[in-house]
Write a protein that binds this ligand. Structure first.
Ligand code: ASP
Length: 348
């Protein structure tokens, strides 16, 4: 039987019945609750539960990512796989961060949580937890998010729904597995290119700017940029933004570049890839030295930049390494995306 380390970090899955807004469950009693609600877990794997922290995931930060990476590093040789119970709100950020910090992973690290607390009779916790533990016994050499009968690559997933059980989607990459009567595996597991290494460390001197029609230059001028090393701009469509006065974004982009800030463009549209060569604004940005994020999620884009800034110690080195895939988070330019119906299937 496989040995799985089950790491508790909080979220709705561990909250008490009817206490959706407050962490109603005593953090020390969650283990007892899991075994009481799902006694069959013992049949799937030999579980070793531990509580690392206990937070609503809105409070999870790079400091928590570091703790998770270090903990998995410490226990890596002792277990066949790792399951992390985590709130859904920032699960995609944590999964992305872990995918970068756990280099050359040769074992599964599976995050899961639930939309409804485990003690609620209609909770999705039971199914998600059983699935996640089973996935952690299989040879997935990567960080995944297991939710609603899908296993997604963690750095390709994004939270799409506040209320549906199908809370996550992977817009630009097929699910690693679909869990039904049988487990359909869609993607060959990546082979580690070297020895496993736990490398925590994220630089938080990054900003995310979502543009909208009417974003005023007055507000942009007032933004303090002293501490900023990189700015991610969530633009329209394939990487577009206003060019005409009085709302042109160009003066702001130039001001950032003059300060040595790395600029990266992602899209407000989840499906398909940013292509800066397609329209005038993207082309202007490209000429200025702005990077496009391809088909990366905003979560992966931000955490990748935070990771590279810390690990390389330089904006220039981050700029050089950003376009390359570190953990399967980005497709080669022109890569194909999966059929939409296969990545987010309604349950009702
Ligand atoms: N606010 C919760 C969290 O992210 C939501 C959830 O777990 O579904 O911790």
């Amino acid at each position: 039987m496989k040995n799985i380390l089950l790491i508790q970090t909080g979220g709705t899955i561990a909250m008490d019945i009817g206490a959706g807004q407050t962490p109603g469950l005593d953090p020390e009693r969650w283990e007892e609750l899991i075994y009481r609600e799902i006694p069959e877990l013992e049949e799937i794997a030999s579980l070793h539960p531990e509580k690392l922290f206990f937070e609503d995931s809105s409070d999870v930060s790079p400091l928590h990512w570091d703790r998770l990476i270090s903990r998995i590093g410490e226990r890596y040789e002792d277990f066949d796989g790792f399951v992390i119970l985590h709130g859904t709100d920032t699960m995609a950020y944590t999964a992305s961060a872990l995918s970068f910090g756990l280099r050359n992973l040769g074992k599964p690290v599976i995050l899961t949580g639930s939309q409804v607390p485990m003690r609620n009779i209609r909770s999705d916790a039971r199914r998600n937890l059983v699935n996640a533990i089973e996935m952690a016994t299989l040879p997935f050499n990567e960080v995944g998010i297991c939710f609603n009968d899908f296993l997604f690559r963690g750095n390709r997933a994004t939270k799409m729904s506040i209320g549906d059980f199908d809370a996550f989607a992977s817009p630009n990459f097929p699910p690693l597995a679909e869990i039904g009567l049988n487990i359909e595996r869609n993607v060959e597991p990546p082979q580690p290119a070297g020895d496993f290494e736990a490398a925590p460390g994220f630089d938080d001197r990054v900003l995310l700017l979502k543009i909208f029609p009417g974003l005023s230059q007055r507000h942009l001028e007032a933004l303090p940029l002293e501490e900023v090393q990189a700015l991610v701009i969530e633009s329209f469509g394939s990487g577009n933004f206003p060019l005409k006065e009085p709302y042109s974004l160009l003066p702001f982009l130039q001001r950032c570049l003059d300060r040595g800030i790395l600029l990266v463009i992602t899209s407000q549209a989840a499906y398909d890839a940013v292509d800066l060569s397609k329209y005038e604004s993207g082309r202007r940005a490209q000429e200025m030295g702005v990077l496009g994020a391809g088909d990366m999620t905003t979560e992966a884009t931000l955490t990748k930049i935070m990771y590279l800034l810390e690990q390389t110690g330089s904006v220039e080195a981050t700029r050089g390494r950003f376009p390359q895939s570190l953990a399967g988070e980005v497709s080669a330019a022109g890569g194909s995306r999966p059929d939409r119906s296969g990545t987010r299937v309604k349950t009702d």
